[in-house]
Write a protein that binds this ligand. Structure first.
Ligand code: SAM
Length: 251
């Protein structure tokens, strides 16, 4: 892909949503106050939707796992955590956190049908040009009765304003990481999951305001010490910006 003016990483200028951004930002993944801070908050909220494994060695497949930020929040739940991602530099870090790392595309996952008790797709669908294929893959991987959990950005004007125009100017989200043309309409997502046998419920989520303002102020003032607590994600009435989804595959 040719470099075109668009997004400045510390190393070069890349088009929006170019996966090479994750290589350039590789040092940011595990910094609690870094460019991927909000992914940590979202990982905690996503993991809260996942019950403990019912049998030993159940598989949780984490599509677009990045550096494995979900891993600490699954500790003690009893899953084998398998992460699939395009980005080698992120997968290496995921492996360091106990994730079985598989390099692959979420639209053609190199894993067998019905292998997973849980499939997670956190903040990935809005990065995949053909999100419907990724959803089909997520559902294919689920065993009957298996659970799909996800979060993504809605295909609305408000999401473009909040997540891109505002969010990417704050230190919680890397600038240019999103291409809003790929955002995922919540109703279309529910319909697509239903087509593949998963009955998905969705709800809006956002970072709680007080904690986030305190976090931003502290972050902007600088200082080396990370926050003692991170902002929590809370449900919202509207799913117009950021939303979670969860549902089980019929059987
Ligand atoms: C915003 S990050 C989210 C990472 C992780 N799920 C989390 O919440 O911390 C998006 C991740 O999706 C990966 N990704 C983007 N497109 C992908 C694709 N088609 N297949 C697999 N991974 C993909 C990127 O490499 C990146 O690691």
């Amino acid at each position: 892909m040719p470099d075109v003016p668009g997004v400045s990483t510390p190393h070069r200028v890349l088009p929006p949503n170019d996966p090479r951004q994750y290589d350039d930002l590789a040092d940011e993944w595990w910094r609690p106050d870094g460019a991927f801070a909000m992914l940590h908050w979202l990982a905690r909220a996503r993991a809260a939707l996942v019950p403990p494994a019912s049998t030993p060695d159940e598989l949780l497949v984490d599509l677009g796992c990045g550096a494995g930020l979900l891993a600490p929040h699954l500790a003690g739940k009893g899953y084998r955590h398998v992460g699939v991602d395009l980005t080698r530099s992120a997968l290496d870090q995921a492996a360091d956190h106990g994730v079985t790392a598989v390099q692959g595309d979420a639209t053609a996952v190199p894993l067998t049908d019905a292998c997973a008790a849980v499939v997670s797709a956190g903040e990935v669908l809005e990065h995949v040009p053909d999100w419907r294929r990724a959803v089909a893959e997520a559902c294919r991987l689920l065993q009957p009765g298996g659970l799909l959990v996800l979060d993504t950005l809605n295909d609305t004007l408000l999401a473009r304003l909040v997540a891109v125009e505002l969010g990417e100017r704050l230190p919680t989200v890397p600038r240019g990481i999103h291409d809003p043309r790929l955002f995922v309409d919540a109703r279309a997502l529910v319909a697509e999951c239903a087509r593949h046998g998963v009955s998905l419920e969705v709800r809006g989520v956002r970072p709680e305001l007080g904690g986030t303002l305190a976090w931003l102020l502290r972050r902007m003032r600088g200082g080396d010490r990370p926050a003692r607590t991170e902002p929590r994600m809370v449900p919202t009435r509207s799913a117009a910006v950021l939303y979670q989804g969860w549902g089980r595959r019929g059987g």
